[in-house]
Design a protein around this ligand. Structure first.
Ligand code: PRX
Length: 651
């Protein structure tokens, strides 16, 4: 049985930054009373400005908010160079490869590598401030180095997760009009090499005229195709570059990076982040939420292709001057003890991962943590999806030995950094609960009109005031930015940021996230838009209509389930074969992360008379829930029991 409230051991977890809830409430009241003053103080203290800012927050053109206008800074300077005076020989990045090989980059070495890479981008590929560079990289130090090198010269990076297909990569290259693609031959996973460069070759076969060059890091040494005049060897070119590179002075609002993410409709959106606000909040949350101390070793298991990898492997830890682990492999190779062994070996103090990984590690080796000395741990983090109480309990008891704080951090690609999270050592923690908004963050659970929802009732999780690390735009599409985030909820008559998540508040003010309210599926903590998956499935010649929904999955949290209507009434001769063909198309169009776990071939979909598909009914059917929705408005209500029967037969 889980208790209602957990208070971590104060001898082990002691947040030096925010001591207790008294201080939390005081900070939050200060932010409410003088919002700009609150942020001004932190911005002045935390950032090494090249030129001070004149305005804290410019709200003159909502929702295009500007933070710290007039100021100049450089993120690579903030993350690397400014630490050289005090941390020259401190480990900045500790890399561990799939096979156990490792590399330590001190702050000085990192600065040296970033400068050489920045000079290479500038001198060899003509990259200047504002140019877009796509990084299609494995989890190797060169991924972080390339991100920082872009920041150093003011180029805008767009990291594309290495699991995305050539088609998906091509769309992202085209949308951003990238000049340069940085990739690797491949890397290693579960003891074997896997490839990335062939995917880049395929992506560049069509369109992508914007790309002048591909810069290839050698990691696994496998043979790759080489396109003369387009492909360049990173490891060769870098040798002749100077290790001195001036940091480009960047305006606070200059874009730092784009990161594509799925929405409920259409193609993925290029979430655009700005320079000053993003790095400020990345650093502050790193310090607060992970109770960071100077001698700590911190490990986040995310991939740099996702926002968690951006903010909490690279930018946050380095801005805070921490030692961050970068891990190429998977948690279950060579066995389910890999993570716990690494925690013992590096004496990790903070471990940050997704509930999917916790469930997997629990299932594969519940007794594994007991075999290792995990006493260095103080803070255990989770992110990306709701964590279920059994997984939480195992994490707390078997990994944290009831001594560590578990920080269930709620945030999104668009928020840039943590929004709602416990503060270790300050917050009394409720299992599987994101608890309270961080100081300075005005997160509220409201209805469409902006009224707080009554205790225990679901509402919309909104951020009712702009915050420094918020999304600034959808790359090249201002209308989509407004309609995606500022269309649904209002407070005091003014549009406010709606996250797409539902949440509930209890009598103590604790916020529990209840999950997406839109058509976004959360597969293993990764966001997948139903529209994207459906568009891929429709490319199969035999498919007349399709609706995709999330289905609860023991490990992944949610899996993808597709209801498919075929063009021919005769049904399918071989369901398995057709499913394979459809999944083959999904793999090609998006990547293996979007594969359907299961499909049902149905005669029709439940549609209203105006043609809208009632997904809620489809979600209920796949969960085996009773249909509570009114089906009388459907074009053909009899389709519901027919679909139910087909799905039940499968289960
Ligand atoms: O639904 C929420 C879920 O992940 C979504 C954001 O996905 P993405 O932009 O890919 O970023 C993931 C990493 C920050 C949210 O809209 N989510 C994130 N954290 C939590 C969560 N759901 C429940 N609890 C969380 N702690």
């Amino acid at each position: 049985m889980l208790k209602e409230i957990y208070q971590p051991n104060p001898d082990i977890v002691s947040n030096a930054a925010i001591r207790g809830m008294g201080e939390y409430w005081e900070l939050q009241s200060r932010a409410k009373a003088d919002y700009e003053g609150f942020w001004e103080g932190y911005a002045n203290r935390k950032i090494e400005w090249f030129k001070p800012f004149d305005t804290v927050l410019d709200e003159s053109n909502p929702p295009f908010y500007k933070w710290f206008s007039g100021g100049q800074l450089n993120v690579a300077h903030q993350c690397v160079d400014r630490h050289l005076a005090t941390k020259k020989n401190k480990a900045a990045i500790i890399f561990e490869g799939d096979n156990g090989d490792y590399q330590i980059l001190t702050y000085r070495r990192l600065s040296y590598e970033v400068n050489k890479t920045a000079n290479m981008f500038k001198n060899m590929f003509g990259i200047k401030k504002g140019d877009r560079v796509v990084l299609y990289m494995p989890m190797i130090p060169e991924a972080a180095i390339s991100m920082l090198a872009c920041a150093k010269i003011g180029a805008i990076h767009s990291v594309v997760f290495g699991g995305f297909s050539a088609e998906a990569l091509r769309d992202r290259i085209e949308d951003a009009q990238a000049k340069l693609v940085v990739t690797a031959d491949g890397a290693f996973r579960k003891g074997k090499p896997y490839m990335l460069k062939p995917v880049v070759d395929k992506a560049l076969e069509a369109r992508c005229e914007c790309v002048n060059a591909v810069c290839v890091v050698e990691r696994n040494g496998e043979e790759i195709h080489w396109e003369p005049g387009r492909d360049y060897a990173y490891n060769e070119l870098i040798k002749s570059q100077s290790h001195v590179c001036e940091a480009e002075p960047m305006e606070s609002e200059d874009p730092l990076f784009l990161l594509y993410t799925s929405g409920s409709t259409g193609k993925p959106k290029g979430v655009q982040h700005a320079t000053a606000g993003y790095i400020l909040w990345a650093q502050m949350t790193m310090e607060w939420v992970f109770d960071l101390k100077d001698n700590d070793t911190y490990w986040c298991t995310a991939d740099v292709g996702w926002i968690t990898g951006h903010t909490y492997i690279v930018y946050g830890p380095l801005a805070a001057g921490a030692t961050t682990i970068m891990f190429e492999g998977v948690p279950t190779y060579p066995d389910a003890g890999r993570c716990w062994r690494m925690i013992e070996e590096y004496q990790i103090n903070q471990f940050y991962t997704a509930p999917t990984a916790i469930r997997l590690l629990h299932k594969m080796g519940a007794d594994e943590p007991a075999k290792y000395d995990l006493s260095s741990l103080r803070v255990l983090g989770t992110v990306g999806e709701p964590i279920d109480p059994p997984a939480w309990k195992w994490y707390y008891e078997e990994v944290g030995h009831e001594n560590c704080a578990i920080v269930d951090t709620w945030w999104q690609t668009e928020t840039g950094g943590h929004m709602v999270s416990p503060l270790p050592g300050a917050t009394a923690i409720k299992p599987a609960c994101a608890t309270f908004p961080l100081p300075g963050i005005m997160a509220e659970v409201i209805d469409e009109e902006g009224n707080p929802t009554p205790v225990g009732e679901k509402g919309f999780l909104c951020i009712t005031k702009p915050w420094p690390s918020m999304i600034r735009n959808v790359w090249g599409d201002e209308d989509r930015y407004i309609s995606s985030y500022f269309g649904d909820c209002k407070k005091e008559g003014k549009p406010v940021y709606f996250s797409g998540d539902g949440a509930m508040v209890d009598e103590g003010g604790y916020i529990t996230i209840t999950g997406r309210t839109d058509d976004v599926i959360n597969v293993s903590g990764h966001r997948m838009g139903t529209a994207e998956v459906e568009a891929a499935i429709k490319k199969h010649d035999g498919v007349a209509a399709v609706a995709v929904v999330g289905k609860p999955h023991e490990i992944k949290g949610e899996g993808i389930f597709a209801y498919i209507v075929l063009k021919s009434d005769d049904g399918v001769a071989d369901e398995l074969e057709t499913m394979k063909e459809i999944n083959g198309i999904i793999k090609q169009e998006i990547g293996a992360i979007a594969l359907c776990d299961d499909m049902a071939f149905v005669p029709d979909l439940p549609k209203t008379r105006s043609g809208k598909i009632m997904r809620r009914i489809l979600r209920s059917i796949v969960k085996g829930e009773a249909i509570t929705q009114d089906t009388s408005t459907l074009e053909d209500p009899s389709i519901v029991p027919t679909i139910e029967e087909i799905v039940n037969r499968k289960v």
